[in-house]
Design a protein around this ligand. Structure first.
Ligand SMILES: [Zn+2]
Length: 401
């Protein structure tokens, strides 16, 4: 509406102007050499206007022609950029497909088209890494580590390369640099955890996981490494907070309390654990290290009383009675253990020993949740696959659930 109104006003003004020019009196005479051209004033003004229009158009055309080389250069640069980006995409696909030769060729192409940009360096480094060209990979990743935005990728590549050649010290340095370049990254944390586990630095590893089972296992391992019993107890408490009644943690706590001459507290803690969830590790930690077999048999009764009738209680009574030479007691409790559901060969082993038969090895074991390897003694890391906190106590039958 407003546009239409503007158009009408403009048209009216132009019409008025043309009317006024058309009505101008007089002549205009131009002298060129010996010639004289005479015309009336409106025609002369129209001619002047046409000359101005032609002059403007000519200036535009000349300006366009003079700017052409710049435009051609910009067009060529854009074409180069597009070709470089296409090569980059092909290179990334080749990397993902594990085609080292194609990735290297595309990296060379990208470098030729786009120059030594951080993206070109990254593709070159990754392609070299894939091809096993460690020298090129190292120089490209080092260059990448100097770039403000790509610093993390540079240190990430150098860390992977260091891990590849088992250079743990260099790997640790790059892990720290990668953490600084990109704080809190999950990938870096996993690598730092891996490095701490490799170095058996369980206290450091403990701070790098959120998984409760891993925390419990690593805290026990750190406690076993701790020199001061107070520190060992602190780690045991960390483990018990993550996984309550965790038998290896209870055993560690009891041991560290004993080293601090707090035997009563240690025994109370083990009794509570036995009441909640009896386990052979708790039984092993229960007895005083210097106790005689007969003292152990007597002391077993105090432990078993915390969970009377439980298969593990009957079993510990049978085993300690056997060691103390209390044959009838050993046989009775082994029978009760079998009756209560211990079906992993431990109760049968007591009976076999009493009958002078070679006992079969027990079928209870710590089993890794990741690789299913089984082992008789607990460890923070699976001895087969190295997973922390993966071992679970597994016993056939219904004694322990
Ligand atoms: Zn495993």
């Amino acid at each position: 509406m407003l546009t239409a109104a503007k158009f009408l006003v403009l048209a009216a003004l132009l019409l008025a102007l043309a009317w006024w020019i058309g009505g101008l009196p007089g002549d205009v005479t131009a002298h060129v050499g010996g010639y004289a051209i005479t015309t009336n004033t409106p025609a002369a003004l129209l001619l002047l206007f046409l000359i101005a229009v032609i002059f403007t158009v000519m200036l535009r055309v000349l300006g366009g022609i003079s700017g052409t080389p710049g435009k051609i250069a910009a067009w060529r640069a854009a074409k180069r950029q597009a070709a470089g980006e296409r090569a980059m995409r092909r290179g990334l696909v080749a990397l993902a497909a594990g085609d080292a030769a194609a990735a290297t060729a595309e990296a060379r192409q990208v470098h030729k088209l786009l120059g030594d940009t951080p993206m070109a360096q990254m593709l070159r480094a990754e392609a070299a890494q894939l091809a096993g060209d460690t020298a090129t990979a190292k120089s490209a990743f080092t260059a990448l580590a100097q770039d403000k935005e790509m610093r993390f990728l540079g240190h990430r590549g150098l860390l992977r390369a260091a891990l590849g050649r088992a250079d743990l010290e260099t790997a640790k340095r790059h892990a720290q640099d990668a953490e600084e370049a990109y704080p809190g990254g999950a990938w870096t944390r996993a690598q730092r955890l891996h490095l701490a586990l490799k170095a058996q630095d369980y206290a450091a590893a403990l701070g790098l996981t959120q998984d409760k089972n891993e925390i419990a296992a690593l805290a026990v391992a750190a406690g076993q490494q701790a020199i001061a019993p107070r520190d060992a107890l602190r780690y045991a408490q960390t483990a018990l907070k993550a996984v309550p009644e965790f038998a290896p943690a209870l055993a560690l706590a009891a041991e560290s309390l004993r080293r601090q001459d707090k035997t009563r507290t240690a025994r109370k803690m083990l009794l509570n654990g036995w009441k909640e969830k009896p386990h052979p590790l708790i039984a092993a930690a229960w007895f005083a290290p210097d106790a005689t077999p007969i003292e152990r048999a007597q002391d077993a009764a105090a432990l078993a009383a915390a969970n009377p009738g439980h298969a593990e209680s009957e079993l510990v009574l049978a085993q300690t009675a056997l060691a103390a030479g209390l044959v009838a007691e050993a046989r009775r409790h082994a029978g009760l253990a079998l009756h209560a559901g211990v079906d992993d060969g431990r109760a049968q082993a007591v009976l076999d020993t009493l009958d002078s038969k070679p006992p079969a090895p027990p079928r209870s074991a710590w089993v890794c949740g990741a690789c299913h390897n089984s082992t008789q003694s607990w460890a923070a890391l699976c001895p087969a696959c190295g997973k922390p906190g993966g071992l679970r106590w597994h016993t056939p039958g219904t004694a322990l659930v």
